[in-house]
Design a protein around this ligand. Structure first.
Ligand code: IPE
Ligand code: IPE
Ligand code: MG
Length: 248
């Protein structure tokens, strides 16, 4: 089992990453199907390769000193895919948790999910809940997995929860909305990476993305390496974030 070491400032500078590290990075892991098609293989083959690619990226996020990594694993719209593909994805998710949990836990990673877990088969749900429970007191990287996640559903859920509080209109604030989203314990979103060349959000973190930077890469998710990840962060560090202010 690997124990993750944080990079030193000297190491980060040597990688071309001397700037301020994003605290919260989200990844839309896209292109598994195309990656498989290019190899004349079924889509599930691409999903397996995609699951394997995740291992190194989570470790790297920890080593870089990123506080929260959120990945889009299954959207509320992905239920429209063929049932065999959906089942293959659930099988891979369960396998991922079973395979990775010891290493993640040993490295202080806290697992969080975003999305409604209710519709999942009991075995898949139990596996996710046990990973969440086991790592809930860890204080390392927050590894947030968006499964059966849709940003509109998330915002709607927040609105419904807030409406039950019987508050005065003036007490309904942006902060209160943020506190009712799945990301309530994560830092502000700094960077969204999307692989496989598409340039859209596909119902991911619409509220949280208000001032996030976007980096798009043509690389399909199964080929997204540590090197690619670092390139995205180098790109992020070149950006000037203004937040509506004048920045000289
Ligand atoms: C991303 O890869 C994984 C999921 C959406 C679950 P895709 O399966 O969307 O791959 P492409 O976009 O069809 O290539
Ligand atoms: C977004 O990718 C969802 C995930 C990566 C889990 P999709 O492949 O489902 O998005 P669209 O359909 O291309 O917008
Ligand atoms: Mg896709």
């Amino acid at each position: 089992m690997k124990i993750y070491e944080r990079y030193t400032d000297v190491e980060l500078a040597a990688m071309g990453l001397p700037g301020e590290m994003p605290k919260h990075v989200a990844i839309i892991m896209d292109g598994n199907g195309r990656w498989a098609k290019q190899r004349l293989m079924p889509r599930s083959f691409g999903h397996r390769a995609g699951m394997e690619a995740l291992h190194d990226i989570v470790r790297e996020a920890h080593c870089l000193g990123i506080k929260a990594l959120t990945v889009y694993a299954f959207s509320t719209e992905n239920w429209q895919r063929p049932v065999q593909e959906v089942n293959a994805l659930f099988g891979l998710l369960t396998e991922y948790f079973e395979k990775e949990i010891d290493e993640l836990d040993a490295n202080g990673v806290r697992i969080v999910t975003l999305g409604d877990l209710e519709p999942f088969p009991p075995k898949v749900k139990a596996c996710m809940l046990s990973a969440i429970e086991r790592t809930k007191d860890n204080d390392g990287l927050h590894f947030c997995i968006a499964i059966n996640y849709g940003s509109r559903a998330e915002i709607l859920r927040a609105v419904r929860n807030i409406s039950k509080l019987g508050l005065d209109e003036k007490d309904i604030t942006e902060e209160l909305v943020s506190d009712n989203l799945y990301t309530r314990e994560q830092p502000e979103l700094d960077l969204i990476i999307r692989t496989a060349g598409e340039q859209r959000l596909s119902n991911f973190l619409l509220w949280q993305a208000a001032y996030a930077e976007f980096v798009f890469t043509d690389v399909c998710w199964p080929d997204f390496s540590i090197d690619e990840f670092r390139k995205c962060i180098v790109e992020y560090m070149k950006r000037t974030r203004r937040f509506g202010k004048v920045v000289e």
